[in-house]
Design a protein around this ligand. Structure first.
Ligand code: A2P
Length: 300
């Protein structure tokens, strides 16, 4: 922590969302970190490593750990961009308000910077009622921006047609194996920013009872060769690929040395040749489920 007690200075540039809010382009993800790991990771990321953006979700089971990490970091609340997400079982108008209150309580804050619908699910009417609740939450000032996750272009077009407020962000699985060109193009057309989850290719635990899928990007020979040319690590190369593609990126690590390494990416640029080589890794391989097939936890 700095001598002033305000944490290390912010290292990431910001991106302005369609809500007018500025989000640090690089943040810390905490999916699959335990509650106590999360507390340490968040306190370190904010206090020592220069992060100002933390991304959690009700479903991660670590919002309380995020809250404790925020509190011990010494960084003022207003300097932090904090995101959480509404889980599938909480979709619905009243359920969304109730779930939001529970999240604020666990996080120990009176507002979040961004509140996201975690998955679209199959029930369009319920999705729209959920979005109406989020529109009221953002109007009340208790979320500064609202958005969605895992939306295919058809989901985005549905909300753009039927909602009153456009999502500020669509957070989707995105990495060189799954660069999501169609989603990026649909989002760009609407003015919705795209945020990458599992940006390093994910963990071996795919979650949701799926078979494990070992990370293949962090050991990919092409990524390793580019990393060698720049004197950087494969993770740093992957993070720069997201940044140079204009994506908002939230690599997860529970280890201080990796948390620090993952934000030490503002002193080099990938060349056009590097970017083209990484572009050849697109094989459509996913870590998670396809959003059109994901209905886990949907209310009856
Ligand atoms: P860990 O938390 O043990 O550090 P993603 O963000 O794509 O979901 O990927 C996160 C995975 O990559 C986690 O398994 C995380 O493990 C690992 N990871 C994060 N940063 C690095 C890094 N700099 N070097 C190697 N592995 C990393």
């Amino acid at each position: 922590m700095s001598e002033l007690g305000g944490g290390a200075p912010q290292k990431s540039p910001t991106v302005t969302l369609n809500s007018g809010a500025a989000i640090p382009q690089l943040g810390l993800g905490v999916w699959q970190a335990t509650d106590s790991e999360t507390e340490g990771a968040v306190a370190y990321a904010l206090g020592e490593a220069g992060y100002r953006h933390i991304d959690t979700a009700a479903a991660y089971g670590n919002e309380a750990g995020v809250g404790r990490g925020l509190a011990t970091s010494g960084v003022p609340r207003e300097d932090i961009f904090l995101t959480t997400k509404l889980w599938n079982s909480d979709q619905g108008y009243q359920r969304a308000f109730d779930a939001f209150d529970v999240s604020l309580d666990k996080l120990g804050v009176d507002y979040v910077d961004l509140y996201l619908i975690h998955w679209p699910l199959q029930d369009r009417d319920r999705l729209l009622r959920t979005w109406e609740a989020l529109e009221e939450i953002v109007a009340s000032g208790r979320a500064k921006s609202i958005g969605v996750c895992n939306f295919e272009p058809h989901h985005l077009e549905f909300l753009a047609d039927r909602g009153s407020i456009l999502p500020a962000i669509n957070q989707v699985e995105l990495h060189p194996h799954l660069p999501q060109h169609q989603i990026r193009s649909a989002a760009a057309g609407l003015g919705v920013a795209v945020q990458s989850w599992s940006p390093l290719g994910g963990t071996a635990n795919a979650g949701w009872g799926q078979d494990s899928k070992p990370n293949t990007l962090l050991t990919d020979p092409a990524i390793a060769a580019i990393a060698g040319r720049h004197g950087k690590s494969p993770a740093q190369v992957l993070i720069r690929w997201h940044l140079q593609n204009g994506l908002i990126v939230i690599p997860k690590s529970a280890h201080p040395e990796r948390i620090a390494q993952n934000i030490d990416v503002f002193d080099f640029d990938l060349t056009d040749v590097d970017l083209a080589e990484i572009g050849t890794l697109d094989d459509g391989a996913r870590v998670g489920l396809h959003p059109d097939e994901m209905n886990l936890g949907a209310p009856e």
